[in-house]
Design a protein around this ligand. Structure first.
Ligand code: SF4
Length: 197
């Protein structure tokens, strides 16, 4: 049986066998509408400016990126395994398992909040869960390293809640919700019940 590729697909689900011969079954879907409920912080992605950082949430699950032809070809070319990654960001949350490097969010964001992740650190997406990025990556729609790249909400705190990125994302990988600040602060151990922060 071939590995590292979609082994069987249907309009609603896919079966994938990775190089470790682990079989994944998943249903195609956008970012979890209930995010970040049922997720846990699995990493902290920092910006080298010392001010910006965002949490990474798991568990991930194989989704749209694992059935996108350009993404599959790019993963194969790099020798990077298609495995669950998770969600980067909390108030501006990008499901990296759904993101297949379209770049429309990067193009429309009026505050240039997003950067292509691998133009900062050319490592696997999984390794991005706990890393410090220079914060001078590409903010051009076509600036991706390749189709394994991901849109990184590297300046999450700059969001002005316009929802433009949510509207244009083809796989609906983005959830923007200011009220998720509580989850960010709980992960940060800065949350206070009286909300007088
Ligand atoms: S909601 Fe608007 S400001 Fe916030 S990340 Fe999306 S496009 Fe940028």
């Amino acid at each position: 049986m071939l590995t590292g590729m979609v082994w069987y697909s249907h309009s609603l689900y896919y079966i994938y066998l990775n190089k470790s011969k682990s079989l994944y079954f998943w249903i195609i879907m956008p970012i979890d509408p209930d995010f970040p409920k049922n997720h846990q912080a699995i990493g902290k992605h920092k910006n080298a400016d010392g001010q910006n950082y965002h949490y990474v949430w798991g568990p991930g699950r194989l989704s749209d990126a694992a059935e996108n032809e350009e993404a599959i070809a790019a993963y194969t070319a790099r020798g990077e395994e298609l495995v669950p990654i998770g969600v980067h960001g909390t108030m501006v949350a990008v499901d990296w398992d759904s993101c297949y490097a379209d770049g429309s969010c990067i193009e429309v964001c009026p505050v240039k909040l997003y950067e292509w992740a691998k133009t900062n650190n050319d490592v696997s997406a999984v390794q991005m869960a706990n890393i410090t990025s220079p914060g001078n990556g590409s903010t051009d729609k076509e600036g991706r390293i390749d189709y394994t790249d991901k849109s990184d909400p590297i300046r999450e705190r700059d969001c002005i809640w316009c929802m433009a990125c949510v509207a244009v994302c083809p796989p609906q990988a983005i959830k923007v919700d200011q009220s998720n600040l509580e989850y960010h602060q709980r992960a940060d151990q800065t949350f206070r019940e009286d909300k007088s922060y």
